[in-house]
Design a protein around this ligand. Structure first.
Ligand code: UD1
Ligand code: UDP
Length: 380
């Protein structure tokens, strides 16, 4: 019998990290034929992940252009994805998350009546402006997906509220935890750990493990402009207030981020602006840091599993599980709240210990297997 051909679409750094364990499993699963398609919505930041996980890529659509607009990117994506669908005729397609790649791949498949499975389905803030445009991307992907892989019962409930067929929803955990488990296990090998230390030693001071540091990431579109002014203002104030603490910030390549950040923070001795780090050293940084200050989605899921407090520079989160567990707190892109939140965690041991508890509401590392088994129920 012909094995179903499963196309997996991904295009950005976080999608690649989160589909990596699925692709790896699919490649070794005799029930399926794998077709791995990178849209190339990102370039350098995506290639870092493809290298680390040694991902097979059967097609690379290479759509990224510097400073791309949402409409320009969307139109390139849907046209080039459609060509792949026509040439390869997959039986089923997987998408992950809430990027433009997700919405355009979902739509292109829908137009060709190719059923799709949505990994990380059902995350909602209820506010189409935050995160923008990701809330719209994931909301719009749901009614045109056939199978919905919800990471938690919270996301399952969101889908049920939108009248998605309960028989088509599978609570699997988040594949980000599968990836994190694989990576933490790799890093327990002293040879791997030594190589990472060497890599980080090339971009950080040699005593980087000896001093306390705050790990920072930020890239959300709704924070462009005023939000980033507040964020950079807060980091500069903190850098002056805590001269013995380092602020380690791997800066996203989006020019709307890197421009203002370099300008505002480039001159501080204890603010270390780095290029985007490959996943391996980034996980090592998460493990070694004091706390995380971020507006990222994926980092909100990973850091609690590593027992690190997370302050989220957003007004909303689609990941309330970490907040409920007490390890994640929303501070908004608001200078005073960021300064107060970080200062408290750096100065008050009790407050710190209350947040620094390893908890993992996002799964146990078996999400990829559950996803493949659910697809097999329908196709094998
Ligand atoms: C995208 C996703 C966002 C996700 C983020 C992860 C959308 C609408 N946004 O946002 O959901 O959280 O990725 O990082 O899908 N660039 C490079 N090299 C790279 C990557 C980006 O130079 O490897 C620069 C380019 O100038 C590019 C710009 O960043 O045009 C924006 O990239 P884009 O994918 O459109 O948006 P992100 O802000 O990265
Ligand atoms: N990450 C990384 N290098 C970095 C910053 C982040 O590998 O310099 C990883 C991080 O571990 C997480 C993912 O990238 O798995 C998050 O990506 P990002 O914040 O760009 O996107 P989001 O999750 O907000 O969509």
């Amino acid at each position: 019998m012909k094995r179903p051909k499963i196309a997996v679409f991904f295009g950005t750094r976080p999608e690649a990290i989160k589909v990596a364990p699925v692709i790896k499993r699919l490649a070794g699963d005799e029930r399926f034929e794998l077709l791995s398609v990178s849209t190339g919505q990102h370039r350098e930041m995506l290639d870092q992940v493809i290298d680390i996980f040694d991902l097979p890529v059967h097609h690379d659509l290479g759509v990224m252009t510097p400073g791309q607009t949402l409409a320009g990117l969307s139109s390139k994506l849907i046209a080039s994805i459609d060509q792949i669908l026509e040439a390869e005729q997959p039986d089923f397609a997987l998408v992950q998350g809430d990027t433009t790649t997700v919405l355009m791949a979902s739509l292109a498949c829908f137009y060709r009546r190719i059923p799709t499975g949505h990994i990380e389905a059902g995350l909602r803030t209820g506010n189409l402006a935050s995160p923008f445009p990701e809330e719209a991307n994931r909301v719009l992907a749901s009614p045109i997906s056939m199978l919905h892989f919800a990471p938690t019962s919270v996301s399952e409930a969101n889908l049920l509220n939108e009248r998605i067929d309960p028989a088509k929803i599978f609570v699997t955990g988040n594949t980000v935890i599968d990836a994190l488990h694989l990576e933490v296990q790799q890093q327990s090998d002293p040879a791997v750990a030594a190589k990472i230390d060497e890599e980080l030693g090339a971009v950080l001071p040699s005593d980087w493990r000896d001093k306390r540091f705050v790990l920072i990431t930020g890239h959300r579109r709704e924070n462009f402009g005023g939000g980033f002014d507040e964020i950079c203002g807060a980091i500069s104030e903190l850098a002056e207030r805590f001269p013995d603490v380092r602020f380690v910030y791997p800066v996203h390549l989006n020019p709307n981020v890197s421009g203002p950040v370099q300008k505002a923070l480039g001159a501080f001795d204890n603010v270390l602006l780095l290029p985007p780090q490959s996943y391996r050293p980034f996980v090592a940084l998460m493990q070694a840091c004091e706390l995380v200050l971020t507006d990222s989605g994926g980092v909100q899921e990973e850091a609690p599993g590593l027992g690190k407090p997370v302050l989220v520079m957003r007004d909303t989160t689609e990941r309330p599980e970490g907040v409920d567990a007490g390890t994640v707190r929303l501070v908004g892109p608001v200078r005073k709240n960021i300064v107060d939140g970080v200062s408290e965690l750096l100065s008050d041991r009790e407050a710190y210990d209350q947040m620094a508890r390893a908890t993992n509401p996002y799964g146990d590392g078996t999400a990829s297997q559950k996803i493949l088994d659910a697809i097999a129920q329908h196709y094998c």
